[in-house]
Design a protein. Structure first.
Lengths: 290, 275
């Protein structure tokens, strides 16, 4: 390559970004793995190599297993919940079309645009057992037998978290699916109508099969979120009551920065990283080839 | 429209209104509560309007959050500007200049978008303390700029891919270099892309909690997100103050959402489909 002034500038711009991102992401990840093989506890960094000790300790730690189980429940309930509700809302919006679609879409998308700290604050009021929204509404409709401790009840707390997260994300998945529906050529729908297909058949036979790549994109985004969830749960329940709403991202944060067990936190972070990458890398490679 | 279609449409509207009600409920009860006195919170139920509305809760919440709000405004603006500008430069290189391994660089950046930040948190906090940028608004600006580079690069790469190569070829034939083409042709066409990337970055940096709570805990660099969470953690801040605080912290994003929602939606979709 002839090093003209332009080429030097190009090289400078790109290499400084690569150095910054390379250092702050890739080197840091390696560094974190290194810490996870040490026995660093307390505020002073310590790099005594102890092999897989932290990982072995984790495998014997019931908090780790309940966090992992809760992440799994997020994957099994939050991900399909947001996909199905989003798809349902997108279809409703498509039927309505120009006769009001915009207003409803704005309402459904509002929670997604706000910080998890805000939505967690709103839902802590919804779920507050004494004065909060849900219990007082149930009371005034004479349904007080349905009242619950919500996020203060270890049996239902996680489901409260999941429900609120579906509320926050389904407007977003609805947006993605709407874009998918709009990308289907009008002529295909027309042709099906001429052939006498009902509205229901048009959606199941023509629209749904063509949303595959859109479903995949939302699926990856939701999965990654379900694995690394932290802020919302930290603010709403702080993992409680007990460990009933602990997830890996939260456990990492609490063990690292409150208990100053840095090597242990680093091991959790490494596990989290590997799990997320198992989903992301195949997806990125696939998207690149599209 | 025949009778059956009309009936179906009514059912669809009813469902949409039902869901809209559920979506709005947390906002509505937060709004009514933010206008209540402590007494009203106990004697009225959350969905009711206050018997005597008051802005006292907003006053108290503002007192607790004014400096954090200012901190957030500073680092969010700085990081939004820097990350979008860097993203535009990189995006231009990856889409229009191209080179031997641009494919590898593309994957290098794309994976950076998805990594769970927990896996960089400990080295990040160590590096920032070493640089003297722990508990520092500029440290947060730097952090958000760097972690914003991957997504902004991808945004602009995709925007510029859609620019026809023919305009650039024409300028090349006239003897213009890569960067004079960028300045004269590409940059003036980038205004809408800057709005999309800028709005996306502004809201996600403003909404961040994880970097804020690790890099600026309980100090003068406190971001608004952490200040609101702290408000919730204290027993002295009753529900009305928490809700007022939530609205204060939400305000800039609400303004963006209502005025520039079209661009925000484009950012959400660009983030979803291609990377």
């Amino acid at each position: 390559m002839r090093l003209s002034k332009d080429n030097v500038l190009t090289l400078f711009i790109l290499s400084s970004s690569i150095v910054l991102v390379g250092y702050f992401i890739y080197v840091f990840i390696g560094w974190n793995v290194l810490i996870s093989f040490s026995d660093w506890v307390g505020l002073t960094p310590r790099y005594n190599f102890v092999g897989f000790k932290q990982y072995i300790d984790l495998s014997n730690d019931p908090v780790f297993w309940s966090s992992l189980t809760n992440n799994l429940l997020l994957v099994l309930l939050f991900v399909p919940g947001s996909l199905i509700l989003g798809l349902f809302l997108a279809i409703l919006l498509d039927v309505v079309g120009t006769r009001g679609e915009g207003v409803f879409r704005t309402i459904f998308l509002l929670p997604f645009s706000l910080s998890f700290v805000i939505t967690a604050t709103l839902w802590s009021w919804m779920y507050d057992p004494s004065l909060g929204v849900l219990n007082t509404i149930l009371n005034s409709f004479g349904l007080s037998f349905l009242k619950s401790g919500w996020i203060t009840d270890p049996k239902v707390a996680l489901y409260c978290v999941i429900l609120a997260l579906i509320w926050q994300f389904s407007g977003y998945t609805a947006l993605i699916f709407s874009a998918g529906i709009k990308s289907i050529p009008e002529t295909q729908i027309m042709a099906a109508k001429v052939d006498g297909a009902s509205g229901f058949e048009i959606y199941t036979r023509i629209v749904l099969p063509q949303l595959k790549s859109w479903v995949l994109a939302s699926f990856v985004i939701l999965m990654v979120f379900a694995l690394k969830a932290f802020d919302f749960i930290y603010v709403l329940t702080n993992g409680g009551p007990g460990y009933s709403t602990y997830v890996l991202g939260l456990m990492m944060f609490i063990y690292t920065f409150f208990a100053t067990h840095f090597s242990y936190g680093a091991a959790i972070a490494t596990i989290l990283f590997v799990t997320v990458m198992l989903i992301v890398i195949p997806y990125v490679l696939r998207v690149r080839h599209r | 429209m025949n009778l059956r279609m009309k009936r179906n449409l009514i059912v669809v509207y009813a469902l949409l209104i039902f869901f809209a009600f559920i979506y709005v409920l947390p906002f509505w009860t937060s709004f009514t509560t933010s206008l209540k006195s402590k007494r009203d919170i106990i004697y009225t139920i959350p969905i009711e309007l206050p018997s005597s509305p008051t802005l006292d809760a907003f006053g108290e919440a503002f007192e607790a959050m004014k400096i954090p709000l200012l901190n957030s405004i500073i680092f969010t603006s700085l990081a939004t500007v820097f990350s979008t500008v860097i993203g535009s430069l990189n995006g231009y290189i990856l889409s229009k200049i191209r080179f031997k391994h641009s494919d590898v660089v593309f994957i290098f950046f794309t994976i950076g978008i998805f990594i769970p930040y927990q896996s960089v948190l400990i080295p990040l906090i160590m590096t920032m303390s070493k640089l003297g940028l722990y508990n520092n608004v500029l440290g947060l600006a730097l952090t958000h700029t760097i972690y914003g580079i991957p997504v902004c690069t991808l945004f602009f790469r995709n925007f510029y891919e859609d620019l026809p190569d023919s305009i650039i070829m024409a300028a090349k034939v006239d003897g213009a270099g890569d960067w004079s083409i960028y300045k004269r042709i590409v940059l003036p066409l980038s205004a809408p892309s800057f709005v999309v990337a800028g709005v996306f970055q502004f809201t996600s940096i403003w909404n961040d909690f994880l970097f804020g709570v690790t890099l600026a805990r309980g100090s003068e660099a406190l971001p608004a997100s952490v200040a609101l969470a702290n408000l919730k953690g204290t027993t002295t801040a009753f529900w009305n103050i928490q809700m007022a605080g939530a609205w204060l912290y939400a305000l800039p994003v609400l303004v963006v959402f209502l005025l520039l929602g079209k661009y925000l939606v484009k950012g959400y979709l660009a983030g979803a489909v291609k990377g």
